[in-house]
Design a protein around this ligand. Structure first.
Ligand code: AHR
Length: 489
């Protein structure tokens, strides 16, 4: 087995890893909300105010820090006043983006905010700029966060919620260059200023406003947007990047049936997020010292599963997805000086989902397990780390890694090995603090096409792994096609 030397300096703290980097996204799309997260109070499936208990438990287990809602493209045709009050009286609408299905608005503001409170996670709203009004968005903020006497706060009370909720993260529209209005950046920048002006900070609530940033490598959008707004107007801009194996949006490739070459190309495409972050950040830095990037949609996007509604974006989730998740999260950690938040698309039953459901059954995907193995990076400090590397598949570096130290001085190391052929032994020198105990987990499987399904939901699960404290640091194996996390005490 090839040995790779690594170094982690526990005294060299690089940047704070915001817990929001481990964030998620839930859209009114397919079976993400309805028949996914939300089954309604009258369902036979055990639920709390209509939200599945097994989903609440699973989200809590990974310490979900933030959840984006209600879209996505859906956000720019969502009218929040349709989703409050007596459910039977809520108007219905057509979800024109996603399958043309009827949206009955039974999951609305109260349902979302109460669920976030139950989960202990920050809500992240995407406001409607594409087809909504300034007044509508301003009213929503007043409805959610105002404690005094006002038309919107009184309406909230009438609907059963006395105290305001807390709202920090507010996106002003979504994909304003596309489904959110097909705007030009100059026009959007002006609209951003107008809409965000009327989203007020009520009482102790302070909004963290996010401007709609670029798609993938649209550097012109970033430049023009940054010329049009400054850090007085926005704390961050968003970036959307999906990993598409073929790079062709109209013929993406299968989620489960792919060659080794396509596998390596997928991982290469996932790694491209690092370059995108750096290039967009270089542009942002020319205009502002403080503005951050929020990668509020990322993940694998494959062809929809045959036999399912093409508008529902349902896809399976294999070991390939687990490697993409591990690689991406390591990259976000390594760029945590600029990446303030990231949101995997999407939480349940859509794209690179954490969880899949069918009736009362629920499956945790390999991607879910990666989030669980990485959760101790949340709110820790990124450490300097280095690791020797080897090429895999003639295309990519096999190994990615990141290291962090938490407030109690415990260190988390996360490594991924994308090679389908080679196991490595990692000999990691630890400079600075010394440790007496190592606990490790490994997620791996003999077949990159393997996934968890309703017949066997435990096919791919993390297992305990051997990690040995040595004179200089810690030693462990990094099997081919694996993700390893090590905790040092
Ligand atoms: O996540 C699915 C869709 O992808 C979102 O609605 C949109 O913002 C993006 O194009």
């Amino acid at each position: 087995m090839k040995k790779l030397k690594a170094v982690v300096n526990t005294l060299d703290k690089k940047s704070h890893i915001n817990r929001e980097i481990y964030g998620h996204f839930s859209e009114h799309l397919g079976r993400c909300i309805y028949n996914g997260i939300y089954v309604g109070e009258n369902s036979d499936i055990p639920n709390t105010n209509g939200v599945r208990n097994d989903i609440i438990e699973a989200f809590k287990e990974i310490k979900m820090p933030v959840l984006r809602w209600p879209g996505g493209c859906f956000a720019d045709e969502y009218h929040w006043k349709d989703g409050i009050g007596e459910k039977s009286e809520r108007p219905k609408m057509v979800n024109t983006h996603w399958g043309g299905v009827t949206e009955d608005n039974s999951f609305g503001t109260h349902e979302f905010f109460n669920m976030c409170e139950e989960l202990g996670c920050e809500p992240y709203l995407a406001g409607n700029v594409g087809s909504g009004t300034v007044e509508e968005l301003a009213d929503w903020i007043e409805y959610i966060t105002f404690d005094g006497v006002s038309p919107m706060a009184d309406l909230r009370r009438k609907n059963g919620r006395e105290k305001p909720w807390k709202l920090k993260y507010l996106g002003i529209g979504n994909e304003n260059w596309g489904c959110g209005g097909n705007m030009r950046p100059e026009y959007y920048a002006d609209l951003y200023r107008r809409y965000s002006t009327y989203c007020r900070n009520f009482g102790g609530n302070e909004l963290y406003k996010v401007a709609g940033g670029p798609n993938v490598d649209d550097y012109n959008w970033t430049t023009k947007l940054m010329e049009g707004i400054n850090d007085f107007h926005a704390k961050a801009i968003s970036l959307h990047y999906y990993t598409i194996p073929s790079g062709d949006f109209f013929n993406k490739g299968s989620a489960t049936d792919f060659t080794d070459e396509v596998y390596y190309q997928t991982i290469k495409n996932a790694m491209h997020i690092g370059t995108l972050i750096e290039k967009h950040n270089n542009i942002m830095k020319q205009h502002s010292d403080n503005m951050k990037l929020i990668v509020d949609e990322w993940g694998c996007w494959f062809d929809v599963q045959e036999g399912t509604n093409p508008g529902f974006l349902f896809q399976q989730n294999t070991m390939r997805d687990a490697i993409v998740a591990a690689v991406s999260l390591n990259i976000f950690n390594e760029h945590s000086d600029v990446v303030a938040m990231a949101n995997l698309a999407q939480a349940v039953n859509v794209l690179q989902a954490l969880l899949l459901t069918e009736g009362e059954k629920l499956v945790k995907t390999p991607t879910y397990h990666v989030f669980n193995m990485y959760k101790t990076h949340q709110d820790a400090e990124l450490l300097y780390s280095y690791c020797e590397n080897e090429e895999a598949g003639g295309k990519i570096p096999a190994v990615t890694k990141s290291a962090s130290i938490d407030k109690d001085g415990h260190v988390t190391l996360t490594f991924s090995n994308a090679s389908l052929e080679e196991d490595f032994e990692i000999e990691c020198e630890l400079v600075g603090n010394s440790f007496t105990k190592a606990e490790a987990q490994v997620l791996t499987y003999g077949d990159v096409h393997a996934y968890n399904d309703f017949e066997d939901g435990e096919r791919i699960v993390p297992a305990e792994h051997k990690a040995e404290i040595t004179e200089k640091g810690v030693k462990f194996t990094l099997p081919k096609l694996s993700v390893v996390s090590v905790r040092l005490f």
